[in-house]
Design a protein around this ligand. Sequence first.
Ligand code: ADP
Ligand code: MG
Length: 1255
Amino acid sequence: MAQSEWMQDPGWKFLRQSDEEKLQEQATRKFDNKTHTWIPDPEEGFLIAAIAVDETDSLSVTLPNGTQKKYTRDQCQEINPAKFEKTEDMSNLTMLNEASVLHNLRQRYRNMMIYTYSGLFCVFVNPYKMLPIYTDSVAKMYVNRRRSEMPPHLFAVADEAFRNMISEHENQSMLITGESGAGKTENTKKVISYFAMIGAGGQAVGGGGQASEIDTKKKSENSLENQIVQANPAIEAFGNGATVRNYNSSRFGKFIRIHFDKRGKLVGGDIEHYLLEKSRVIKQAPGERSYHIFYQMMTQKKLRDRFSLTDNIRDYNFVSQAEITVPCMDDKEEFKATNTAFDVMGFSDFEKDELYKTCAAIMFMGNMKFKQKPRDEQAEIDGMDAPEKAARLLGVNVDLFIHALCAPKIKVGNEWVTKAQNVQQVDWGVGALSKAIYARVFTWLINRCNETLTGHLEDAAHYIGVLDIAGFEIFNRNSFEQLWINFVNEKLQQFFNHHMFVLEQEEYRREGIEWTFIDFGLDLQACIELIEKPLGIISMLDEECIVPKATDMTYVDKLTNQHLGKHPNFVKAKPPKGKEAHAHFAIVHYAGTVRYNAEQWLDKNKDPLNDSAVACLKAGGNPEALVCKIWSDYMTDVDREAAAARGKTETGGKKKGKSASFMTVSTMYRESLNSLMTMLHTTHPHFIRCIIPNEKKTSGLIEAPLVLNQLTCNGVLEGIRICRKGFPNRMCYDEFRYRYAILAADEANDKDTKVASIKMLDKMLKTQLLIADHFRSGATKVFFRAGVLARLEEARDEAIAKFILYFQAAIRARLALDDYASKIQQIDAAGIIQENVRSWVVVRKWPWFRLYAKLKPLLKGMKSNAEIEALEKRCKEIEAAHKIEEETRKRLEDELRAKKEECADTQAALDRERAAIERRNKEIEELNASLRKEQEKLEEADKKQKDLEKQRERERKEAEEKERKLGAELEQEKNRAQAEAEVYKEKLKTAEEAAQKGERTRKAQEKELTDMANQLEAARQKNDRQENERNKLAEQLEKAENEAIVERKQRDEMQKANKKLEAQLRAMKEQMELMQKDRSNSDVDLKRRDEEISILKSKALSDANLIAKLQSTLRALIARIEELEEDLDAQSRARNRIEKHRNELQAQLDSINEQCTEAKGQLTAQVHLNNTRATEMAELHREIERKSLTHEAYVADLCSMQYLTISQLRNLSQQAATIENEASQLLDIRRAQTLGGALTRDNTVTIYDENGSHL
Ligand SMILES: Nc1ncnc2c1ncn2[C@@H]1O[C@H](COP(=O)(O)OP(=O)(O)O)[C@@H](O)[C@H]1O
Ligand SMILES: [Mg+2]
């Protein structure tokens, strides 16, 4: 299926964004890695803040709400470049920090892309809604595809495991961990369905598409793949309960191994389980519920009746301490599903019934009440209803059972003593027994499923194991169970670190990178040793369990003395905060420091059982009953005694049993953990980390602190920490060159990508963009330290920005120039218009111009008309030419087509002829062959005939010879016989004569004669026989003769046939000759035709050339026409424009003319006025003349007067000067005469006006 087809799949959008969407999102990202930073936030985890002031070790930032705040650099985390938004593999992030990991997961979760890789991990965030990404169609997309070519998905990891198994011949494991409710079990189910699908050869098995689920059920109810899938609901009914966090929480860990044969066909499976939470059987916290099976059973009236249960589950104390229903879970339906699963798994009705019965018994055990005997430490039963029902279901005697519970017998040495129990002890004992029964039933159930899944394990080559186990837990109160879960997870994390280190090392080695290796697995070693080594937490607990009078507190004291202050991972618990419970010590795990409360650890570890009660159950009626079977590996004291009594031969078994019953819970857990780890170490692991996004079971909501805590606990951040130490970002040389060539363009030019890349890196070193420690060049890839790619990205952005800037500048300049040019044109045009208007204003009244103006449009119109006409004419001409050309083209094309057809016809005829000739040739050949055959036959027949003739001759000769011989023999015989007869006759004669001579001899002679007659008879008979023989021979001869005749006839016929054939042959030969002649004729014809064809072909070629030429001229002409048309168009447009312009001008002119005529009227009025004015003026002129005359006379008078006056003035001034001289002389004299005397002639100064007249 192609990618485009996948994109149609409803699930695709939950797997990968389209490139366009991605680019758009990246482009619209409102923050930038240079100007923004992540700052911690208690609610959102991290917020993006704009950097306001960047100081060396602190940053002042503006929060999204606008406030300013200062953070140290350590508090801030860098943002990744936009390229890394919603990245599919977080180990590619160049800023590998918590904030970025959370952001990436959050962004992807927003689009419901719930799978994301983080290096070796596949991180899953629970979507809390059904997404169509587990359908058959999606599963098929992933079959046989590499992880890197597909979007992140569980199926990708699963397929990788499967392919690894087939190709590497190595067992695989998938480690699915996470908090409760994170989706481990769901993922486990999906992955198993996937394996079942590929293991079954590609058909889907449930899990995914609903439709196929039904189909498959119908098809292969009890097929192994279906059984592997259906084992889950069966086990889940008994192993899952409702918790606050998860309504379907598996309260046990499991490792499901799916076995395949060499070719990858599913051959079987098996399940191993760990750490079942037993306490749930008798106690449930608020908001929780016990194992589903109890509630499912209670929906079945038939079962209730059978086991005498009431219809109210609240009547049963063990299972109704908190919730009894679960939202969205219909227990009735679930019961059906469980029952179906049991059927598919091949459970018999008896087995199912036993399972339900034991559960009912446990419910009744919960209702058993005990009371204190008066004045005694001894408890006794209070009410017999519940114990009776329980005992009936358990198949034991109720009194014995109660006695065993209230007063158990224990063996002290060789003595049996009865131990008095108080009510509390009995209650405790009943609880412990119920838990033990349930746990053992669960174990039996798993073993029973394994029996079914065994399939054809003998063919098994490899397996894929799927581990679904609770992840690291830190609760308010952490007890023994948490210690174990956390210890398991510490081990798994170590396994991961080690594996990652190994892979990393391999990759570095493959790529030839220098690198000093560190085993990151060792980081966790200290903590693991603290827990598991001798004198460690677990071994000390085991030791404490056998110390008399030990308590939880003595254990804590011992631990503290041993480790506190000495072991770095053992610390004093901090005082409780908030809801936290009191704790006795704390352990530093990789995921955090956990405070542990050690109360009841000794009891939890010892997990003591009432031995008498167990013995009672074991001794109960039916050994086939489940309650009996589940104890088969438990040795009670009674068993031991019995075994001892049976003798020493079974000591081995006894020892084993003893040790088993003394085993502490820790020892058992440790054994199974060790075997799990050993197994995992032999596999190639794949890691799935499940994350619960919020505690409200709501889709789409991310509670950041919760997610961050899980990222820490499930090792994603730990993985990243390791990553950061090495070279987490790697890039193939190709990709490196492609993306960063812009940073070292010259160096990137080398033909060899690697050489080019190395040169580029050198250049970057020189330009100090990188330093040597930032990267390593491997064989095929460049390796970068975390964060280096961001620098490169920045530099790349800058380089690109520079180019874009140039580009923009060039475009802007071009636009501005265009604008400038058009403005200049406008200015020019305005000038021209102004000039025109101005000259028009000047010339408009000029009659010639008027005339011109009147004529001009006509002239111009005519001219342009003529032009247009000419153009039209030309156009028509061209069109005509075009048409002609078109016609010729068409004709030529037709001709060509006709020629081609003709050619094809000829070719076909030729082919036909050729075929006919070939056929004829073949016929001739066939005929020749048959002729040859016939001739051969003929020859053979001739030979045969000759042979036959010879044989016949021979036979005839033989017969003749025989005849002759026989005849001669017969004659001889006859002759002899006759001679004999003659002799005898003579003898007879002599005898007769003798008889005549003597009667005595006659008899003898007669006798002799009869003898002889007999002989004669015999001879005659012989003769007859010979005669017969002869007749026979004659017959034979006749037959042979007949045969010969027949043969002769045949020969004649054959000869005839031969003749006929010869005639035919001759005819054929003639025909052949004719044909050959024909053929040569047709060859000639053919040759001629060929020549014709070649001529035609060449003609066609030349025609085609001509046509092509014509077409090209045609095209040119068309282009020319188009050009001319365009011209014409432009011209006519210009004409129109000019016409319009002219009209406008005309209108202007007209208006101006109007204005003129108006002005003319005004002018005439003015002229008239002027005339009157002129006469007035003439008069005035005359007046003026008159007046000027008088004036002139007056002026002359005045002039003469002036002259006179001037001369007078001159005289006077002369006089004045003399007087002044005199005066000054006088003044001098006076000043000389009377210094300080009074002025005598002060008032003698005379003043004259300018005319010299006296004023
Ligand atoms: N892939 C998934 N698609 C939809 N819902 C899921 C998916 N995985 C988990 N869930 C939801 O989360 C709940 C808890 O999942 P489960 O696998 O039981 O968690 P765990 O085993 O980790 O405790 C499921 O009941 C289901 O509602
Ligand atoms: Mg689960």
